[in-house]
Design a protein around this ligand. Structure first.
Ligand code: TXA
Ligand code: MG
Length: 347
């Protein structure tokens, strides 16, 4: 059903209130929603996604005052962040109230809360009167859905309703910041960057497991430990050893051309992920565009659908340029590296 249809909100609200599941658009990716205060609904979410139940869900709200019903303490830093970035792509982790079931938080004593800015998401939360627990609406391990067609692909027959609100705006999941203890810490990078958070609350750390190449470090967001967002083919990122990507784009393209030529000579199907300004450098059978130019917003908006296109093409080996770690680039690289299972070649 499309989001213009007024009666759909009453149908969706009824489903949510009676413990069913509804997929809906948010400004980041599509979510798979159920009643966050119902243990049974949360269990259904894990089952529909095929997701391990130790991986906690984000609770979506429509009014700031709801935070006080879900969180035990609301520190000053949380109030400042809520004021600055909500509604929007920022998830805040706080110590939870007993009313939030362990099934929703994967057994943790903290709860992840976010107020989405997408009008359909906001209206659904308000009209249903339900706090909506919603992971991304993909099957576990598949790229997150950025269009209703992706949700239909993964979730048909597994959930009660899918609301089509067209393509989402941002394309990668919300920034997660942990305020439950010590220094505010980013557990998952996203559109709201470290610098943006620091302008309003001062020093912010990044979970060490995200930046250090040390497999013994455990990410603080349980979901970040899984190979995620993975296309079916084997994805490799080609990075530049020294200097920015644009300084070394010729060498990167040469390497990617060498790799695709070799795979194609053995009869494999290949694909290259690049942006329009570099597309002519590549000789591979399939060149998939992530955006018009190397701007974070355009690349992020296309990333997950491009990974799904690689699957549709049956690409067995996929190569992507890397992205510089500036602003939004860090969040894009975080998703790409996970999709690639950490396969990175430097030239
Ligand atoms: O943009 C988004 O955040 C999307 C849309 C639908 O809102 N949702 C989303 O949910 O990305 P999901 O379930 O795919 O990712 C939630 C992430 C996981 O990595 C999970 O481990 C982490 O949030 N998380 C949730 N609650 C947590 C908690 N209490 N402590 C630490 N990490 C938590
Ligand atoms: Mg997800």
């Amino acid at each position: 059903m499309t989001s213009e249809n007024e009666s759909l909100y009453s149908t969706a609200s009824e489903i949510l209130r009676s413990g069913g599941l509804v997929a809906f658009p948010t400004e980041t990716v599509y979510g798979l929603g159920g009643d966050a205060l119902s243990a049974e609904s949360s269990k259904k979410i894990y089952a529909a996604k095929g997701r391990p139940s130790d991986n906690p869900l984000i609770v979506h709200i429509a009014e700031t005052k709801s935070v006080y019903e879900l969180a035990e303490e609301v520190p000053e830093t949380a109030k400042i962040l809520m004021e600055a970035f909500w509604p929007g792509p920022l998830t805040i982790i706080l110590n939870k109230k007993a009313s939030v079931p362990d099934e929703t938080t994967g057994g943790l004593s903290t709860v992840a809360i976010r107020m989405p800015s997408h009008p359909v998401a906001a209206k659904l939360i308000k009209e249903s009167g339900v706090y909506i627990a919603a992971p991304s609406a993909n099957l576990s391990g598949r790229p997150s859905p950025t269009e209703a067609s992706h949700v239909i692909e993964d979730m048909t027959g597994r959930i009660d309703m899918i609301i089509d609100g067209g393509p989402v705006g941002i394309g990668i999941e919300s920034t997660i910041v942990d305020l439950s203890s010590g220094t505010p810490t980013i557990l998952r990078p996203g559109f709201i960057t470290k610098a943006m958070l620091e302008t309003v609350i001062g020093p912010v750390e990044i979970d060490k497991a995200l930046i250090e190449d040390d497999p013994t470090l455990r990410p603080k967001a349980p979901g970040m430990k899984y190979t995620h967002y993975a296309p079916k083919g084997e994805l490799t990122i080609v990075a530049s050893e020294n200097g920015s990507i644009s300084d070394n784009i010729e060498k990167i393209a040469e390497k990617i051309n060498q790799l695709t030529k070799e795979k194609e000579s053995h009869g494999f199907k290949t694909a290259v992920l690049t942006t329009k300004d570099n597309a002519l450098l590549y000789k591979a059978e399939n060149v998939i565009l992530l955006g018009d130019e190397r701007r974070g917003e355009t690349v992020a908006a296309r990333l997950y659908s491009a990974l799904r296109e690689c699957d549709d093409l049956g690409a067995e080996y996929i190569y992507s340029e890397s992205y510089d770690d500036t602003d939004f680039g860090g969040a894009i690289m975080n998703r790409l590296i996970k999709a690639a299972g950490h396969r990175v070649v430097s030239v």
